[in-house]
Ligand binder design. Structure first.
Ligand SMILES: [Zn+2]
Ligand SMILES: [Zn+2]
Length: 219
């Protein structure tokens, strides 16, 4: 669904009646006229209240059908098909506009996730922690991918992975637990521990923290 609507973001549709650019909207569930679906979840609609089709439509419908209504120009995405769609009020469809900025942000995040996912299987061989850190610190990324990333963490055994993970707030408790276990493993492999007072990395057998000077109990 996201992929499909992203392709529509680059489409430019212009209203033949007023030359205004059409707005990408979520399609209403049913075609008011014939009870069939639109065949598309999205429609390009002229929401310009000054559009001649819309302005003149009120009188036309009043005279023709004797009720209150007008027309909005509408085009189907990825198609030449267009309609004059009957609307009962000025506000029909004004709340249906697709939030394009939100979609673009979602898209940027999604592309980055896809790239990290592609790099995941080679990351141990390449000693590259970036895709693992990327996936683990993106709470919106696919949870299966993130669990895979957590499994690779101890294998990568990179001290540099600890800081960004400690700075991240996990929303999934089981993933957070897996990351904590991996960090504990990495620290043990390097004969290190985290100072309980200042969180800096210190030698596991240190009796004083070299960063904050606090006295440490044996682990
Ligand atoms: Zn128009
Ligand atoms: Zn300390």
């Amino acid at each position: 669904m996201l992929e499909r609507v992203l392709a529509y973001l680059d489409e430019k549709h212009v209203c033949p009646h007023c030359k205004t650019e059409l707005t990408l909207c979520n399609a209403p569930p049913m075609h008011v006229g014939d009870g069939l679906g639109w065949g598309s979840e999205f429609l390009f609609i002229c929401l310009n209240d000054e559009c001649p089709l819309f302005v003149n439509g009120w009188e036309f419908i009043e005279n023709q059908y004797g009720h209150v209504g007008s027309y909005r120009h509408m085009e189907l995405p990825d198609s030449q098909e267009n309609y004059s769609m009957m609307v009962g009020s000025k506000f029909a469809f004004t709340g249906c506009a697709v939030d394009i900025d939100a979609l673009r942000r979602q898209s940027v995040r999604y592309q980055a996730e896809k790239m990290a996912a592609g790099q995941l299987c080679g990351c141990v061989a390449n000693k590259d922690i970036r895709p693992v850190i990327h996936l683990l610190t993106d709470n919106a990324a696919d949870i299966t991918l993130r669990r895979q990333a957590a499994e690779l963490l101890a294998e990568l055994n990179d001290i540099a992975s600890i800081e960004p993970l400690r700075n991240h707030t996990f929303t999934d408790p089981s993933l957070e637990h897996a990351v904590n276990l991996a960090i504990r493993q990495i620290l043990a492999n390097h004969f290190l521990r985290e100072c309980p007072y200042c969180a800096e990395l210190i030698k596991a057998r240190a009796q004083l923290c070299k960063h904050c000077g606090k006295e440490l109990s044996a682990e």
